[in-house]
Design a protein around this ligand. Structure first.
Ligand SMILES: NC(=O)c1ccc[n+]([C@@H]2O[C@H](COP(=O)([O-])OP(=O)(O)OC[C@H]3O[C@@H](n4cnc5c(N)ncnc54)[C@H](OP(=O)(O)O)[C@@H]3O)[C@@H](O)[C@H]2O)c1
Length: 336
């Protein structure tokens, strides 16, 4: 009998995650229920943000914490292979929040979007630049960051999936873009492949001085994927009316003691605005944004960088490599 391979949580990580925190199991294939459909998943998206919900007692108002023995929550893209739901007919392509598994039984409720796939585009782009990754960069930068020609845009985890798209969109918007990342190799990659103006290796201290040197007129927009000490250092260098886009908190996901923010005073004296957001807030605007991003890709003004792992058994390694920082751009797993 064919089975549904799933990647489950074997134990809650304490600190750094490794492939050993997961197991691959053979579960039963899901059976179609009324008003549901079955998605055969083609690509699993490796999203750093989900690391947060793998910790013990991690649930919050946005998502429940992941449980030992359960398949790992994830964004996926797949094709409907059985359906009793008129909104998601057989053969349609769906972007969904479901799990690391080959087949998912869904009712269309939890962040399921029917995709119109552009025949000129590879399907995997729809979990990368044209998926939640690119959409996070797009809405965070344009709606909250509100870039203007000549602004200095500072981006943390700049070489990662969301970060590199923010850098590219920022350059297109006429910003001077400065990217922070964790190694000199990734700094070189950001300059040569992404074409940003300056880089900072955040491991070379003191970070605050490095930001001051590379952003001499101040930071107009800080696109923050990290929080903690990187956010604190950026706040010491903001300009008047700066916008702080609170997108993620990488420094906190594997840290049991949240880092304090000491520098809230510059937010006041510089009349700055710090605002958090979730990509899912913008679901109604996905089709128009995806089209705009796809047009940029076709014209060559937006590049897609992917690290593709093959087969569901590679998922634990793919995820821990991505959190560990080996990726340049988007990390994903190809199932079929
Ligand atoms: N608000 C939303 O709706 C939304 C949606 C999607 C993603 N996000 C957020 O966007 C951020 C990036 O996610 P992604 O999926 O694109 O991942 P990613 O940037 O491709 O990969 C994660 C990167 O984080 C860096 N990192 C790991 N541990 C760190 C630490 N302790 N301190 C500082 N940096 C660390 C590593 O890069 P370096 O080598 O550069 O350190 C690693 O490559 C995450 O914070 C995520 O939560 C938010």
């Amino acid at each position: 009998m064919p089975k549904n391979q799933q990647v489950i949580l074997k134990q809650h990580p304490e600190g750094e995650i490794t492939a050993d925190h997961f197991d691959v199991i053979q579960a039963e294939l899901p059976e179609l229920k009324p008003k549901h459909f079955i998605l055969q998943n083609h690509f699993l998206s490796m999203d750093a943000g989900f690391r947060q919900w793998m910790n013990e007692n991690a649930g919050d108002g946005y998502l429940p914490g992941m449980q030992i023995g359960s398949a790992i929550q994830s964004i996926v893209i797949g094709e409907v292979v059985e359906s009793d739901n008129d909104d998601f007919p057989v053969s349609s392509i769906v972007l969904a929040r479901t799990a690391w598994e080959e087949y998912s039984l869904l009712d269309g409720g939890d962040l399921c979007s029917l995709l119109e796939v552009d025949p000129e585009m590879e399907l995997y782009h729809y979990v990368g630049v044209l998926g939640t990754t690119g959409l996070t960069a797009y809405f965070g930068l344009f709606d909250i960051g509100q870039p203007k020609q000549g602004d200095t845009l500072l981006v943390s985890t700049a070489a990662g999936a969301v970060g590199n798209v923010v850098c590219q969109l920022g350059k297109k918007a006429g910003c001077r873009v400065v990217g922070m990342t964790g190694s000199d190799e990734k700094c070189d990659w950001l300059k040569t492949e992404i074409g940003i103006d300056a880089t900072i290796n955040y491991n070379a201290n003191p970070l605050c001085d490095q930001i001051a040197r590379t952003c001499p007129t101040g930071v107009d927009i800080f696109f923050d994927n990290v929080g903690g000490s990187q956010l604190d250092a950026a706040l010491q260098n903001i300009s008047d009316n700066a916008r702080i886009v609170l997108c993620g908190a990488m420094s906190q996901y594997e840290n049991n003691s949240p880092e304090p923010i000491y520098n809230s005073w510059p937010l006041i004296t510089h009349r700055a605005r710090a605002e958090g957001f979730m990509f899912s807030d913008y679901q109604a605007q996905y089709p128009a944004a995806i089209k705009e991003l796809a047009d940029m890709m076709k014209s060559g003004s937006l590049k897609s960088f992917v690290n593709i792992y093959e087969g569901i058994c590679s998922t634990p390694q793919a995820f821990s490599d991505m959190i560990g920082g080996t990726n340049r751009g988007k990390c994903l797993v190809k199932l079929i």
